[in-house]
Design a binder for this molecule. Structure first.
Ligand code: F0G
Length: 355
């Protein structure tokens, strides 16, 4: 039986590698495209979820990180650095470990989930909490890479985008063509940049006969692209996308404009409602930020802007276990059963439990 070999081996002819490249991989990619029956019924179309939480460290970042760490090794780097809201740091830490590289991660103090922090620590990364937000962390990481012998593995590194574009290839390979619409969260804007690049490459080579319309969604308190200016103090419960000045801003706008798409904002309430929808109606548990694409579809549908009979792919970017507190601690926000907050405790007795 064929075992998935990771995105570099699977798409080697479309990535900047050759036979001599020492590939660092944890078997990322090959993630399921899961049908979403409840969303499909809502929009009277065909909705699929690209479940990126199924990657080795639980987020889509692994697709880019296999390339970035492979590139770091090829360049003879001994250490890598990144700024992160949590997922990039978890991924960098894991891939650097396999490569035998030292890894330092800069995260906004008190603003990343425990699950993500535990990953960076478990993989032995140097975890540095910065008094500031993601944008400040990225600024420091860039300057470190400029002035010291450390290799930057944020998505401003083109190899990250190269790896991440493979998700678009997988969607087309699974569906037989591009979807009509592709929806996803937008934070630092690397992923929308990467998907658009991947879709265009398949289209240019006639692997796909069409291009999707790209719809990106930022959290309302952290929506610089929607506002048209950087946000100095971004806020949102979706800490993964708590970003005020995205590095790939212009590429995101290009993806939006070239595809005839949009980048809009969804509120924390809409994000948590979609988070609950995905877990309770589709069976897919994601972290809050990952629900913004679904939140956007639900919102646009309510506004009468969703045409029927279309094929939709929504990337859900990270696993629910990354940041599980929302389901347990905020049932009133997520609409989850109240019993989640105060679990029923009963004696060990069949009769009692049955009733
Ligand atoms: N969803 C999740 C779960 C993320 O972790 C991120 C970004 C995004 C969406 C947005 O993707 O930045 O390419 O637009 N997380 C980065 C990090 C910033 O450090 O883990 P983007």
């Amino acid at each position: 039986a064929h075992q998935w070999r990771g995105v570099i081996a699977e798409y080697a002819d479309r990535l900047p590698v050759d036979e001599t490249t020492r590939i660092i991989t944890l078997g990322e990619g090959g993630t399921p495209l899961v049908p979403a029956p409840a969303l499909s019924a809502l929009v009277e179309g065909e909705v699929h979820l690209k479940v990126e939480g199924m990657n080795p460290t639980g987020s889509f970042k692994d697709r880019g990180m296999t390339m970035a760490i492979t590139a770091a090794l090829a360049e003879g780097a001994k250490a890598v650095v990144c700024a992160s809201t949590g997922n990039t740091s978890a991924s960098a830490a894991a891939y650097a470990t396999q490569a035998g590289l030292t890894c330092a991660v800069l995260v906004p103090a008190g603003k990343i989930s425990m699950g993500k922090m535990s990953q960076a620590i478990a993989h032995g990364a140097e975890l540095i909490q910065i008094d500031g937000n993601f944008d400040g962390c990225l600024d420091v990481a860039r300057k470190l890479a400029e002035n010291y012998p450390v290799f930057l593995v944020n998505s401003v590194n083109p190899s990250r985008i190269e790896g991440q574009k493979t998700a678009a290839f997988e969607v087309v390979d699974a569906l037989g063509d591009a979807p009509d619409y592709h929806l996803l969260p937008v934070g630092n804007a690397g992923n929308i940049t990467a998907y658009w690049k991947g879709y265009k490459e398949y289209y240019d080579d006639a692997v796909a006969t069409s291009l999707p319309t790209m719809w990106g969604f930022q959290a309302a308190g952290s929506a610089p692209i929607v506002a048209g200016h950087p946000i100095t103090e971004p806020e949102t419960v979706a800490t993964a996308i708590r970003i005020g000045n995205p590095a790939s801003w212009e590429h995101a706008e290009a993806a939006r404009d070239e595809s005839g798409g949009l980048i809009k904002a969804v509120t924390d309430e809409e994000i948590l409602h979609a988070h609950r929808w995905l877990s309770a109606k589709e069976g897919v548990f994601v972290e809050p930020a990952s629900a913004s694409g679904a939140a956007g579809l639900i919102k646009e549908h309510a506004a009468g802007r969703v045409p029927p009979g279309k094929r939709w792919v929504i990337t859900v970017t990270g696993h629910g276990l990354k940041d599980p507190d929302w389901a347990v601690e905020n049932p009133e926000l997520t609409g989850a059963a109240e019993s989640a907050a105060a679990p029923t405790q009963l004696p060990q007795d069949v009769e009692t439990v049955a009733h």
